[in-house]
Design a protein around this ligand. Structure first.
Ligand SMILES: [Zn+2]
Ligand SMILES: [Zn+2]
Length: 305
């Protein structure tokens, strides 16, 4: 990254502390070797903290404590998974009467433990609706892209994509941000589209420096973008202007769609550097970059007031 205050991280990763197939140490090494600045080890209902995390800056990315709060309602036919990022203590999963009530309780517990609550893979088993997320208070973000092969990020068969769900949540007035993650479980066997391998979805956060506090503050403020493969040199998302500058890989080309309330297309712009002035009356405006390679990037929304 030419701009030194953008930091790449993955917010959703499993290890042998839950159902991942590599140890936390080796998972952290994988991410360091692949250019990640920070990482959240988010095991199911387990706060994976490496004792000497701070003393291995060359070996591991900066490790922000996290956990996938995992409620398995009705014999696990209704999975409700919420990531807690930057937790100060372990959060126990809630079991309420419905997915929606469980979602709210897990989010509230994460917030009480000092974390940012991110609602994971809403389309996993098609359980979490836009209405469920819109009804939940205290949510920081939701996954608009999850790299696990069974989480149905793009919708289909009459179901909305996670991104379209996000637009409905935003249009309801909830200021929920969008993240892309790996949800990686599999490191050992040869990588395959049928496995949950690392390196598929990430966020890049603008922060004053590489520290947990600065990264958490940048994420809390929404100063980041999400990507499933598009590399971005610089991005400005402000009320007066949105500017995105992409870094093409070989002959990669880009189309950027700017969307407003209810996901309505406001503009479609081609090229490597795009600009758009958000209409003053629009409730929110956000951008999705579509790459000729099939990957995408998502800006955070900018709100009208
Ligand atoms: Zn999950
Ligand atoms: Zn997971």
């Amino acid at each position: 990254m030419p701009n030194s205050n953008w930091f790449k991280g993955n917010l959703h990763t499993h290890t042998t502390e839950s159902d991942g197939d590599e140890t936390p140490e080796h998972v952290a090494e994988w991410y360091r070797e692949h250019g990640y600045d920070f990482l959240v080890l988010s095991d199911h209902n387990h706060l994976t903290v490496l004792d000497d995390a701070g003393s291995n800056p060359g070996k591991w990315p900066l490790l922000i404590p996290g956990e996938e709060i995992t409620s398995r309602l009705f014999n696990n036919t209704v999975p409700v998974h919420v990531n807690g990022i930057g937790l100060k203590s372990l959060v126990e999963p809630a079991t309420e009467e419905s997915a929606r009530e469980t979602l709210q309780e897990n989010v509230s517990r994460i917030v009480a433990a000092g974390g940012l609550a991110s609602i994971n893979h809403p389309n996993f088993k098609w359980i979490i609706s836009a209405e469920d997320i819109a009804a939940t208070e205290g949510t920081w973000a939701m996954e608009v892209y999850n790299g696990h092969p069974i989480t149905n990020s793009f919708g289909g068969g009459g179901h909305l994509s996670a991104e379209a769900i996000w637009d409905l949540v935003l249009s309801s007035g909830r200021r929920v941000l969008g993240v892309a993650t790996d949800d990686a479980h599999h490191y050992v066997a040869e990588f395959s589209p049928l496995l949950a391998n690392p390196g598929r979805g990430w966020v890049v956060v603008k922060a004053e420096k590489m520290s947990e506090d600065a990264l958490m503050a940048g994420m809390r403020r929404g100063e980041f973008y999400a990507s499933s493969g598009v590399a971005i040199l610089d991005m400005k998302v402000a009320r007066d202007e949105i500017v995105i500058e992409m870094a093409p890989y070989d002959t990669e080309e880009f189309t950027t769609i700017f969307r407003g309330k209810d996901g309505r297309e406001l503009a479609t712009v081609e090229g490597q550097e795009v600009r758009f002035v958000p209409p003053k009356a629009e409730m929110y405006v956000r951008a999705t970059v579509y790459s000729s390679r099939g990957s995408r990037a998502w800006s955070q929304p900018v709100f009208s007031s």
